[in-house]
Design a protein around this ligand. Structure first.
Ligand SMILES: C[S@@+](CC[C@H](N)C(=O)[O-])C[C@H]1O[C@@H](n2cnc3c(N)ncnc32)[C@H](O)[C@@H]1O
Length: 277
């Protein structure tokens, strides 16, 4: 599915349709639009010990690219918010980690995902969670409500990442932490024989790549939202096969050598930052 420059509304519609379908077909491959595997399987991302905390049938209900609950180092009693909570995988995991004195909110704009998440939470027997329908650009929570924000492979999908990070800052308590996994471009996309606009247009937005920020853009948007202690750590560099978009890029006129080179610049990264005390 190629993605020409679109309006925010069209991006939301495209993304919602994509993940509605994923929610109705649990176990289908990850973020990737064309059968790519750019979101690794649950065992690779989470490890057996963490997976043992969840019901077996939840293992297919993850479309992330990292383990934000591990980046966050969650502690009992914390209030956590998961931006783009999908099937509730990280919410349920976080609920186990913060325990009965803590609470976890998940926000997602896709009804089928919210339904799946509520079902998964009930099956897992966690009651310290609530799934809210909403867009991460307009978080349905009051200011200074949460201690930790997590998110797994979602911020790249937002058509207004500056607004999303400003909202994240608003709902965090002073001293609160942002700990997310996301697809990030390490380096630039404007030094190739094909323009950055052409490259992004040939990639899939819903597949988590066309909208990916560069490391520098991520840092700048976090800083302008007010965050401090900003860290971006590359965890994995994707090869072209992992995206399953080589045919699509060729069809859009991106030469194979360029496609090969640029895809390695797409990474799964851990991003962390704090709201100052
Ligand atoms: C790649 S999936 C990740 C789901 C989950 N975090 C996980 O790791 O399995 C993206 C999720 O974010 C949601 N989403 C994408 N853009 C959103 C937005 N702007 N506002 C709210 N939810 C959004 C989608 O509905 C989908 O459930």
């Amino acid at each position: 599915m190629s993605t020409p420059i679109e309006t925010p509304e069209l991006i939301h519609i495209e993304v919602r349709e994509h993940y509605s379908e994923r929610a109705r077909n649990v176990g289908s491959s990850c973020c990737g639009s064309n059968g790519g595997s750019n979101c690794s399987d649950a065992i690779t991302l989470y490890g057996a010990e963490e997976l043992a905390l969840l019901p077996d049938d939840m293992a297919g209900a993850t479309w992330g690219c990292g383990n934000p609950t591990a980046i966050a180092a969650l502690e009992p009693g914390s209030v956590v918010l998961d931006l783009g909570s999908g099937g509730g995988f990280d919410v349920v995991l976080a609920a186990k980690k913060v325990g009965s004195t803590g609470f976890v909110y998940g926000v997602d704009m896709t009804d089928d995902m919210l339904e799946l998440a509520r079902r998964n939470a009930a099956n897992a027997g966690v009651t310290n969670v609530e799934f809210l329908k909403g867009q991460i650009e307009d978080i349905p929570l009051p200011e200074k409500t949460v201690d930790v924000i997590i998110s797994n492979c979602v911020i790249n999908l937002s058509p207004d990442k500056g607004q999303t990070l400003t909202e994240a800052y608003r709902v965090l308590r002073p001293g609160g932490k942002l700990a997310v996994s996301d697809i990030v471009v390490d380096g630039v996309l404007d030094d190739l024989p094909v323009s950055e606009a052409q490259i992004r247009a040939a990639l899939s937005w819903a597949g988590c790549i066309a909208g990916a920020l560069t490391v520098d853009q991520y840092r700048a948007l976090l800083a302008s939202a007010g965050f401090v202690d900003i860290q971006v750590d590359v965890q994995h560099r994707y090869a072209i096969e992992e995206f399953g978009e080589d045919a699509q890029m060729a069809a859009q006129g991106i030469p194979a050598e360029v496609a090969k080179e640029l895809v390695r610049r797409f990474t799964s990264s851990n991003i962390s930052a704090h709201r100052p005390v």
